[in-house]
Design a protein around this ligand. Structure first.
Ligand SMILES: *Cc1c(COP(=O)(O)O)cnc(C)c1O
Ligand SMILES: [Zn+2]
Length: 414
């Protein structure tokens, strides 16, 4: 069973039933899932969670789905690794990496899709659809295949090859649209109003989709021994993930899983070529001005972010900051993480690492803080970003002397 009391408007607080609804009829505010926290508190404990499945479904009491292990994709409970070598380079002795490249389709989107697809199935939908910058496409196609549902995935036509292949392989319908993500999203919003029998994971069932991101906060707290870090750095596309990580930390306290009210500073990371939320933060504005994206971080290239204002508000109210980084810095970020921690991230991960570096150098992140960065997608999805900047050390003839000559003086011998 679930503990959902309904959907609640984030602006005016009006209540709605837990159906495929996403905006308030009165004020057009976004709807959010609301729970009976007292009932959850009475039914969960650290011990009951710790013996649960090693996936996001160990937190099913805090998720808006009735069943338990809904699709068994193995999503979530990804490694939280101590990043000693990266931390040493940056002067951060207590740095951690939440490695979400380890999810079934290689990105954090498996979390939001696991939840929204399970809910869509519960609500009786047969067709699952989405507008995607790539990773969502992979996750929707894979989960639909496993659930035996028909999928309809819309992407901008200029996506990375790997993201197209790793969506198309699952056999659903893949529609490449001649336009950028914001064009794709607009088309999908129009289609949603024509086809109320399709579950668009990030449109009409968005309230459930968004809840999936809370599991990042739940896992980090549990993996740190039921406490929270001082500071987290979160990549921002629509701003949903960042907003929900904050909600996740709060909920853990509401249901008695944390002893103290968490005080986590939340900072956002964007690519300079698509940084509408970071720009608003830096100029002290409340309005997010839409931009036309131009960055190699395509999974974050949302020029008109649906939850941008809430992400901005969360960063401000928690005492966090924002950084935006260039394409060169993104590539450096990918390489530093790979070289120091053995984790290969996609361009969004490069944005997060490069933003971390910037926030440290600006003093927004202090050396005495425990810091968690969210690495949200696997590097194999965006290999072309590194073409030209990584290559074999040497190319040699298959001969001992050729090897010895080419490698002379290159081995450090550590
Ligand atoms: C979608 C995505 C994000 C950010 O998601 P939002 O919730 O839309 O801000 C971060 N990283 C990766 C790799 C993504 O695919
Ligand atoms: Zn409202």
């Amino acid at each position: 069973m679930d503990f959902v009391t309904g959907l609640k408007c984030k602006e005016c607080g009006r209540l709605y039933p837990a159906k495929a609804l996403h905006v308030c009829d009165f004020c057009f505010g976004p709807l959010e899932v609301d729970y009976d926290y007292d009932a959850i508190k009475a039914s969960v404990s650290r011990e009951s969670i710790e013996v649960g499945p090693r996936s996001i479904w160990r937190y099913s009491a805090l998720l808006p789905v009735e069943g338990d292990d809904n699709l068994s994709m193995g999503t979530g409970f990804t490694p939280l690794v101590r990043a000693e070598r990266l931390g040493a380079e940056l002067g951060l002795p207590d740095l951690w990496v939440k490695n979400d490249t380890a999810n079934p389709t290689g990105s954090f989107k498996d979390r939001v899709v696991s939840v929204s697809l399970a809910k869509a199935r519960e609500l009786g939908f047969k067709v699952v659809a989405c507008a995607s910058t790539g990773n969502l496409a992979n996750a929707v196609a894979a989960h639909s295949a496993r659930a035996g549902m028909e999928s309809l995935v819309f992407i901008p036509r200029d996506l990375e090859v790997a993201k197209v292949v790793t969506t198309a392989v699952y056999g659903g319908h893949l529609v490449a649209v001649d336009g950028n993500y914001d064009d794709v999203n607009r088309l999908c919003a129009e289609l949603t109003s024509e086809h109320d029998d399709w579950a668009f994971v990030n449109v009409n069932v968005r309230p459930y989709y968004a809840e999936g991101s809370k599991t990042l906060a739940f896992e980090v707290a549990e993996q740190m021994g039921w406490r929270t870090p001082d500071h987290v750095v979160v990549p921002v596309a629509s701003g949903s993930q960042l907003t929900k990580i904050a909600k996740g930390f709060k909920e853990l306290y509401s249901v008695g899983l944390l002893d103290e009210q968490p005080e986590v500073r939340i900072s956002g990371a964007q690519a300079l070529g698509c940084s509408p939320v970071a720009e608003a933060f830096k100029s002290g504005r409340d309005v997010i001005r839409p931009v036309k994206p131009n960055t190699i971080a395509k999974s974050l290239a949302i020029g008109n972010p649906a939850d941008g204002w809430y992400a901005l508000d969360t960063v401000r109210s928690t005492g966090g900051s924002f950084a935006s980084v260039t394409d060169d810095e993104i590539i450096e970020g990918i390489k530093i993480l790979a070289r120091t921690e053995g984790i290969f991230a996609e361009t969004a991960g490069g944005v997060t690492v490069a933003s971390l570096i910037k926030l440290v150098s600006e003093g927004a992140i202090r050396p005495d803080e425990s810091v968690v960065i969210f690495i949200t997608g696997h590097g194999l999805k965006t290999v072309e970003a590194l073409t030209g900047s990584v290559r074999p050390t040497v190319t040699v003839a298959p001969k001992m002397d050729a090897f010895a000559e080419a490698m002379a003086g290159r081995l450090a011998g550590i």
